[in-house]
Ligand binder design. Sequence first.
Ligand SMILES: C[S@@+](CC[C@H](N)C(=O)[O-])C[C@H]1O[C@@H](n2cnc3c(N)ncnc32)[C@H](O)[C@@H]1O
Length: 224
Amino acid sequence: MSEINYDYIAQYIRAIRPESQGILKEIELKLANNEESWPIIKPEVASFLQVLLSLQKPYKILEIGTAVGYSSILMSQYLQPGGKIITIERFDLMQRQAKSNIKKANLQDTITILEGNASDILPNLEDKDFDFIFMDCAKGQYINFLPHCIRLLKDDGILVTDNVLHKGAVAKSKYLVPRRQRTTHTRLREFLYEINHHPQLISAVLPFGDGLAVSHKIGGKNIE
Ligand SMILES: C[S@@+](CC[C@H](N)C(=O)[O-])C[C@H]1O[C@@H](n2cnc3c(N)ncnc32)[C@H](O)[C@@H]1O
């Protein structure tokens, strides 16, 4: 089911996608058969990442939110030869499953999982040379993680952030949103405001999947 689009449109877009192969297909089948309930990116988000990455041909990718390694494995197909992915995951069950999937895909030399909370790991990451960052973790943290993403991204790098519209509720008046969700939504709104007004970013918010934000880091230049 789609989060924010008409179901028939999301279903059509999903139906015309080429079939995944190997471990990606295996993960998708387990979910489709309700054998597991892992969180993975939606097919239309996967297609969009594939287009961006095949255009950009990154050498280094940072991901915040590994889950079972689905998006890391997908993104690894678009790395330059010798390229690497660093992916952060705090939940041990997910870490174990991701390691097993990455091993099955024979990608242990390409994908490194950093185990722990991104709020502890990001401030200590020193490699400021990521071409691409995919942020797909706790939505309330996006606004806190944004300065790290900007610091760690190369000039001309791309930041993609998933689930930014949270079933569309972020775009609704706060009085229509249940009180317990307001903090997350307020924080997502702050995040979306910041990426749209930051002098080093050019951003677009795309209303598919659960809302996807794409930001291009243009370096020290101010945008007129
Ligand atoms: C939506 S899932 C990621 C899905 C994954 N990117 C994929 O498509 O295959 C979000 C994951 O982020 C992890 N997570 C959430 N907040 C985190 C944080 N602050 N630090 C590290 N991991 C976090 C969760 O445990 C969960 O496994």
